[in-house]
Design a protein around this ligand. Structure first.
Ligand code: BGC
Length: 235
């Protein structure tokens, strides 16, 4: 039981296709610990990933609750898709399983949604895309999340999806120059579709973006994927 609300510490977890990351946030969302990271276990089955989270959590000192960003569709703590992890995640109750393991309340949302919550201004139409193992997307209207936007698996060009054209595997294959040209086309297409006020580009590969971006398009640091964890408890 926590007597002083101000002392509540939230363990924020970002499950990615290549790494699992954690840090502890204070009640205002400020980091209290150094980010810890471990490789995503292979095969990335639920039990193995939960073990990895528990191992990282043990390095973070005290915490009272847990927020998780998961790379797939999440509804009420249950993971429904996990294209870049393992089919065992389909219909897996991650919130309950992790809560039983860590003995703390757990809330789970999509990873791009969580990164968006750590980045947006809260005004107008804000779109977030994340460039990592997969292609994540999140949409906000005046700060309100439209959950589980799954743009990554929709067709972008040449019969391929955004994720097939811009995911990490393709980046390694086609190189940064071609990948950046594709990204430029993707930004143009998203602008026409969403007419957003702001577009934020995050994820582990955002550091490789090498484009002259318009003023309403911003690169966001990967740490925002964890900073967004505090927003899951704002109710
Ligand atoms: C998943 C999304 C996720 C994105 C980034 C995609 O493959 O379908 O839910 O946000 O990867 O991890």
């Amino acid at each position: 039981m926590v007597e002083n609300n101000g002392a509540i510490r939230t363990l924020s977890v970002d499950i990615g296709g290549s790494g699992v990351k954690v840090l502890v946030l204070d009640i205002t969302g400020k980091p209290l610990t150094q980010r810890a990271r471990t490789e995503t276990p292979q095969p990335a089955k639920p039990e193995a990933v939960i073990d990895a989270i528990a191992g990282l959590a043990a390095t973070q000192g005290e915490f009272h609750r847990v927020s998780v960003g998961f790379p797939g569709v999440v509804r009420s703590g249950v993971t429904e898709t996990a294209v870049n992890l393992n089919p065992d995640w389909i219909k897996f109750d991650l919130a309950t399983a992790l809560s039983n393991r860590l003995n703390k309340p757990v809330r789970v949302i999509n990873d791009a949604d969580m990164q968006g919550l750590g980045s947006i201004s809260g005004k107008g139409v804000e779109l977030v895309i994340t460039l990592g193992t997969g292609f994540g997307s999140a949409l906000f209207v005046d700060g309100k999340l439209v959950p589980n936007l799954e743009m990554g698996h929709h067709e972008f060009r040449k019969g391929e999806t955004y994720e097939e054209q811009l995911g990490r595997a393709t980046l390694e294959k086609v190189g940064e120059k071609k990948w950046n040209r594709r990204l430029e086309k993707a930004i143009a297409s998203l602008e026409h579709l969403f007419n957003y006020d702001y577009l934020y580009i995050g994820g582990g590969e955002a550091v490789r973006v090498d484009l002259d971006l318009p003023p309403n398009v911003k690169i966001i640091p990967n740490i925002t994927g964890l900073l967004g964890g505090i927003a899951l408890w704002k109710d």
